[in-house]
Design a binder for this molecule. Structure first.
Ligand code: ZN
Length: 485
């Protein structure tokens, strides 16, 4: 551990974490490939994983969450990237696999694997328009939100689907074989496929080729779910469709059914090769509820009802509007306009409107409503009335969505302190995954952020007669790290 100033507490925390991660990855993948590992504090801000050391900047190193996020990711690059090198000619597998085995794995241990996967799918759904998409074989490195959602996000989902397909033991055996065989050599997706094929004895050619060479993602629709009475009990027919414009994907769609008189939902897999497929389930007790991929195990575009409204829906939009209040004083109006001008540089499709010039809000595309004296601020009144949410924050960014034909997201920004808008212009785009972000002071400093809680969605339906009851949450998979114990 090389710090520029002695800091025994910080050093101890990192040393403990280093031992934890080295032990974890030796158990999962095989022996650490170098004689030593060092954490070196850099004199400029960085987060680099180098062979046998990592370079963290002086501010980064102090951030409390780094030790559970970027740090294990950089440690793991000693096995993946700097242990086995990346042959980029067929796409860079290392970032997605490292993210899956570090960032996702640790979230999974905290019981939030499904939440992490939902956020991953949400960012692909919001940031990657079909014309910007590219196949994984063309991913080289991170160049911003779009390449990150594909190169990191889609790749980590590829490895998650592979794990679901093979089971935890074979998945880990495949990774160990790959690491053992290609240590200090360059390897690509073909070599990864070889390793998983030889431990499973199955051909994975179609699986890899679909996720590596195609763009786009499936969109699932729960087309119908009908129950009929049979001499033995009940028959449930669930019909699922793929509604994306691209040709159908080959999928193993996970379904869960809650039955009367039992607490646990029962898992099923529906094999899909075509645009539509039907699963028939015979049971003795009445089926009550069907949920399609509730743990977000498939790479797919999410249905809008599966995600709470988020700031990212506004920052990821190609065409959107911002409505400035004429009732605000001149200085405040100027501050709002500067904020929008700054965002227009990244989002040329952002159109500025004045509230006095329009009768009603645009009915397609997301809309920012600026200022508490905006004629359209009443849309946010129910949220603004929640004192326990707003508290003492003086700069607010909130979102909500409404369905009028299609689903539309609205964002609301207001401040008692126009000086804060300069800093907000820079900071708010980093809070894309949240439904709201609240700030204080001139800088401004974040005080609260979070996502709205969702109750039900289009891929999860109750089967009539509707019985009002709270269905227990479907438990997530056992963490991968547990499978190697
Ligand atoms: Zn990385």
């Amino acid at each position: 551990m090389y710090l520029r100033q002695p800091d025994p507490d910080l050093a101890k925390r990192y040393l403990d974490a280093t031992i934890e991660y080295l032990t974890l990855y030796e158990r999962l993948l095989g022996p650490y490939p170098y004689a030593k590992f060092a954490l070196v504090e850099n004199f400029w801000e960085s987060g680099y994983g180098m062979p046998s050391f990592t370079l963290l900047g002086p501010q980064v190193i102090q951030l409390p969450f780094i030790i559970r996020t970027s740090y294990p990711h950089e440690v793991l690059h000693n096995w993946l990237g700097n242990g086995v090198y990346v042959d980029v000619s067929s796409g860079n597998w290392s970032e997605g696999l490292t993210t899956y085995l570090a960032d996702h794995l640790l979230k999974e241990q905290e019981g939030n694997g499904a939440g992490y996967r939902r956020t991953t799918l949400q960012s692909y759904t919001h940031y990657v328009a079909s014309q910007d998409d590219f196949p994984l074989i063309r991913f080289r490195g991170n160049h911003g939100q779009i390449s990150q959602s594909v190169g990191y996000g889609k790749t980590l989902m590829l490895f998650h689907m592979l794990r679901m397909e093979l089971g935890d033991q074979q998945f880990l055996h495949g990774l160990r074989l790959f690491y053992r065989t290609y240590q200090f050599k360059a390897a690509g997706f073909d070599e990864l496929r070889d390793a998983f094929e030889s431990v499973s004895g199955r051909s994975l050619r179609r699986f890899f080729s679909q996720w590596l060479t195609r763009t786009g993602a499936p969109i699932l629709k729960l087309a119908s779910a009908e129950t009929s009475v049979t001499p033995q009990g009940y028959r449930l027919k669930v019909r699922i469709e793929q509604t994306q414009p691209e040709t159908p994907f080959q999928l193993h769609v996970p379904l869960f059914v809650h039955f009367a008189e039992s607490e646990q939902a029962v898992p099923y897999i529906l094999e899909m090769d075509e645009r539509a497929a039907t699963l028939v389930i015979d049971s003795e007790t009445r089926p009550l509820k069907v949920s399609v991929d509730p743990l977000f195990d498939l790479f797919r575009r999410l249905d809008p009802s599966e995600t709470p409204s988020s700031l990212g829906q506004l920052f990821g939009a190609k065409q959107l509007f911002a409505v400035v209040p004429d009732a605000a004083d001149a200085a405040t109006q100027q501050a709002y306009m500067r904020l929008i001008k700054q965002w227009q540089q990244r989002q040329p499709g952002l159109t500025l409107l004045r509230d006095s010039a329009i009768q009603q809000l645009p009915d397609s595309g997301p809309v920012w409503i600026l200022g508490n004296n905006n004629r359209f601020a009443h849309l946010f009144e129910p949220l603004l009335a929640q004192q326990e949410l707003i508290g003492k924050s003086d700069t607010l960014a909130l979102t909500l969505s409404r369905t009028r034909g299609n689903r539309q997201t609205f964002g609301y920004i207001s401040t008692d302190n126009p000086t804060a808008l300069g800093g907000l212009a820079r900071k708010l785009p980093h809070y894309g995954r949240y439904s709201y972000a609240l700030f204080n002071g001139d800088e401004p400093v974040i005080s609260r952020r979070g996502e709205w809680r969702l109750t039900d969605n289009a891929l999860s339906v109750l089967l009539g007669p509707i019985i009002e009851k709270a269905y227990p949450q479907i438990p997530d998979h056992l963490p991968l790290a547990r499978a190697s114990e």
